[in-house]
Design a protein around this ligand. Structure first.
Ligand code: PAF
Length: 283
């Protein structure tokens, strides 16, 4: 029988719950989320469980990573369903602060990240994003003090930014990346997929199909520029407004000229209707 996780909404409650979880020095793994949990998040929880005896999931829709024109107000919030899913996974603790606990009225600090956060991918289109993510993730790490933290490869640049930040700032947490989880037709799972209209949902798998095809062309020896041009055409023909389709070094995210400069990751961001989707594959 699964037992519902403890829920902490304040810092004293979090610290009391963590003291109990850490009895006999049990290692703690943290899975940071914004809720609206799907199978992708559940795969992070399962991976966390492989790395640590205790699993803590944070659910916090972080206002500092949304720009004024973005979807903070409408971001899906599915607390009851989330809790049922985490109960089924035997998660030990859910850290669920509200915005006033995370950012009290006199809060003025912000973590500034560079390196993989300034490579002209997501940062070009969402300049506020990584500062907000870095600030909240640093706070989550200092609040929970996990040995391990698990992030999905779907947000590939975010994974690299957090990994570098944890290392640069000696945050004492090992970052583990988890593979993208996909719907049967290949669409990468995302809490924002609920925004897709039926028509846009039908077109959405084009993104992953194109990534796979572009990677195949590159491996077959086509020049990167020719493969990317074919990929761009396929995505735009399917009705997407493309932000980027780029081959980058898989660790530094620096631009590359040839597969020899790799390991290579192919990354895409594009809008279909009003929904912006991101995805990536290994080349
Ligand atoms: O990937 C997310 O869901 C968020 O960016 C994160 C890491 C939970 C920070 O708010």
């Amino acid at each position: 029988m699964s037992k519902a996780p403890k829920i902490a909404r304040t810092l004293p409650a979090l610290h009391r719950a963590l003291d109990q979880l850490r009895a006999r020095n049990a290692a703690v793994a943290l899975v940071p989320t914004m809720g609206a949990l799907h199978e992708g998040h559940i795969s992070l929880v399962r991976l966390a469980r492989k790395h640590a005896k205790r699993v803590v999931v944070s659910i916090f829709v972080n206002p500092t990573q949304f720009a004024a024109h973005e979807d903070l107000g409408s971001y899906p919030r599915t607390w009851k369903a989330d809790l049922a899913k985490l109960t089924a996974e035997n998660v030990d603790l859910v850290w669920h602060p509200d915005a006033k606990v995370m950012y009290p009225a006199d809060f003025t600090s912000r973590v500034n990240v560079e390196g993989p956060a300034t490579v002209s991918l997501e940062d070009r289109f969402r300049p506020h994003f990584f500062g907000g993510v870095a600030t909240v993730v640093t706070k989550l790490f200092t609040q929970v003090r996990p040995e391990i933290a698990v992030f999905g490869e779907k947000d590939f640049q975010q994974l690299k930014v957090v990994t570098r930040m944890a290392r640069d700032l000696d945050l004492g947490v090992k970052i583990v990346g988890a593979p993208v989880v996909r719907e049967r037709d290949g669409l990468a799972m995302s809490s924002r997929n609920v925004y897709l209209s039926a028509e846009d949902r039908a077109s959405a798998p084009v993104l992953y199909r194109t990534l796979k095809d572009t990677a195949r062309r590159m491996r077959a020896g086509e020049s990167l520029s020719a493969a990317l041009a074919a990929g761009t055409a396929a995505i735009e023909t399917a009705g997407f407004a493309l932000d980027y389709l780029e081959a980058r070094h898989a660790e530094t995210l620096a631009p590359i000229a040839s597969l020899k400069d790799g390991p290579v990751r192919l990354l895409v961001a594009a809008k279909i209707g009003t929904t912006r989707l991101i995805d990536n594959v290994k080349v």
